[in-house]
Design a protein around this ligand. Sequence first.
Ligand code: FE
Ligand code: FE
Length: 308
Amino acid sequence: MPQKRKTHHLQRDAQRPARPDGPLADLDEWEVDLVRRYPDPPGESARTAANTQHRQFRDYASDARPGVKEFYRQNHRFQTVDFVRGKRAAYLPLRKTTMSVWEAIDFLNTLVDDSDPDTELAQIEHLLQTSEAIRKDGHPRWFTLAGLVHDLGKVLCLFGEPQWAVVGDTFPVGCAFSQKIVYHEFFAGNPDSRDARYRTRLGIYEDGCGLDQVLMSWGHDEYMYQVVKNYLPEPACYMLRYHSFYAAHREGEYDYLMNDHDRDMFRWVRKFNAYDLYTKADARPCAQELRPFYEDLIAEYLPDVLCW
Ligand code: FE
Ligand code: FE
């Protein structure tokens, strides 16, 4: 029997749809598409010659679902320096609300297709599949916690943000867009592509300035990083902040903006990526059974209530 949907004090406005605004059927469609783009975990991409050949000749554009393509058209058109600065100013004082981690998970679970009771737990399921796989591989406890919280920034959708400002590959704004960003051609519609300040290789940055100096396109990665950055070890912070930066951690782009410390930390980002993308077929975790373990883990690192 479908569970009754929980309400939260910050429940979306009555006028606002339960579904996030945008062309994706749901937020997971983007992550499912990532597995299609990157069928093998990092480091295993050249497993067999046959596989490699298959990938080389695969035409990305013809494979993607139409909703995904339209989603990237919007994302690449609207993620500009001004847009990112505006969202940072609006959200990063973290004065929107206060929630515990588990309240945020429950809140995020209200973000589903109302017609299908089976998808009610989709969000927590992905978080627990990720964290449980990390735990089973014997990684440090903070790594498991990073798995649990990594996508909680998607609550941005419930604050009224459209899909293109919440999910999707992230990339630096304020400098030239890499050709290796998926659907690179859609950046032609981005006004920053024609702005002399931003269209050069370095744009507003300096060689090797370090990613901390770089404005990333706005979405759930940066937001969640800001919410927990004072509490988690640095590798976990990198995992949260850059897990959707595929142009860098999968394609090796933007190395010229990184410093040696970023390069070192990106080993952790790649390690994390394997759990984020390739655990979706794992057994469905039982949230109720696992909750006591995770409540302890949360309490070990995070305060009872976080500022969002
Ligand atoms: Fe994510
Ligand atoms: Fe994820």
